[in-house]
Design a protein around this ligand. Structure first.
Ligand SMILES: Nc1ncnc2c1ncn2[C@@H]1O[C@H](COP(=O)(O)OP(=O)(O)O)[C@@H](O)[C@H]1O
Ligand SMILES: [Mg+2]
Length: 291
């Protein structure tokens, strides 16, 4: 039995009937468009609404979530995989007790675990469904294998873009790579666009309309529009102080926009999809390279 087969068997045995956490994967074609800022602020707004949120930070290199939370994780995912730490031990508490897990500096391609280690890993990952109502994943930008693996397995993708031409073309490249991948299931995936750093509602819908037009025309796909976040100096000020803007400046225009986005997300969450793809399957894809 190869690693992938072993894993499938163990995942199957571990499938519980407990309700699964909602998963949102935040991504973009280009870096620096505001993903990590969206991740931490959606987490704050959901936690304020009584949802227990855990963030999984899969953006290697730039450890954004920890900087934005001003909290340095002592352990990361590789401590769970290689050093026998439990999932509870690798969750770092952030503001409002939002938990976050650092993906570490890349653990993809783990292929030599024993059956016992695999069981331990899957058992621990599946606990996330009980520990969280919502799991938000921060991915790196672009079309690297790492990002695509996550995005492909995610039931609900939040695609961030700004009006900058390169942000739009890179978002399209990502969508193209996704749609052309044979494992991508369009009917099982919702892609919701968030327009960031806009100066009007029209600019926000314009970004969505441009992307949706090319996706419809060339990829036979379909995007939804979640909403917009305005260009707001309060965001930059909050980041400099290592706090989410929704906590530091709750009355700012961006915080109000996050309120609206969060309500839309909670209302529009697509429950049936989650039965197919839970966090265990998703993270397993991230940890184990495809054959
Ligand atoms: N709505 C906004 N208004 C003003 N500045 C923003 C906004 N969103 C993001 N930024 C700026 O963009 C920078 C990059 O954001 P970040 O969330 O780190 O991007 P990413 O995670 O996509 O690389 C932030 O440090 C901040 O200065
Ligand atoms: Mg980031």
């Amino acid at each position: 039995m190869d690693q992938a087969e072993k894993l499938r068997t163990i995942v199957k045995k571990n499938q519980r009937n407990a309700p699964k956490a909602q998963i949102f994967t935040v991504t973009s074609g280009k870096g620096g468009v505001g993903k990590s800022n969206v991740v931490v602020n959606l987490a704050v707004q959901m936690q304020k609404r009584g949802k227990k949120v855990i963030i999984f930070d899969a953006d290697f290199g730039l450890a954004n979530v920890e900087i934005m939370f001003g909290a340095i994780p002592k352990l990361n995912l590789s401590d769970l995989i290689y050093r026998g730490k439990t999932i509870q031990e690798i969750i770092t508490p952030g503001p409002l007790d939002i938990g976050f897990i650092s993906g570490g500096s890349g653990v993809m391609g783990v292929n030599n675990l024993s059956k016992e280690q695999l069981k331990f890993l899957v058992g621990n990952l599946s606990k996330l469904d009980e520990l969280a109502d919502v799991i938000i994943i921060d991915t790196g930008a672009g079309i690297s294998d790492n990002v695509l693996e996550f995005v492909m397995a995610s039931p609900e993708i939040l695609l961030l873009a700004t009006s900058e031409p390169s942000s739009l073309t890179d978002a399209y490249s990502l969508l193209k790579a996704l749609h052309r991948n044979e494992e991508f299931r369009q009917t099982e995936t919702k892609i919701k666009v968030i327009s960031n750093r806009v100066t009007s509602e029209e600019e926000g819908t314009g970004i969505y309309e441009k992307l949706n037009a090319v996706v419809g025309q060339f990829l036979n796909g379909n995007l939804e529009y979640l909403g917009m976040i305005p260009q707001d100096a309060a965001v930059e000020k909050a980041i400099r102080q290592q706090q989410p803007v929704t906590l530091l400046y709750p009355e700012s225009k961006s915080s109000k926009a996050f309120d609206v986005l969060t309500d839309c997300l909670i209302q529009g969450a697509s429950a049936p999809i989650y039965e197919k793809k839970g966090i265990v399957q998703l993270l397993s894809r991230f940890i184990f390279k495809k054959d």
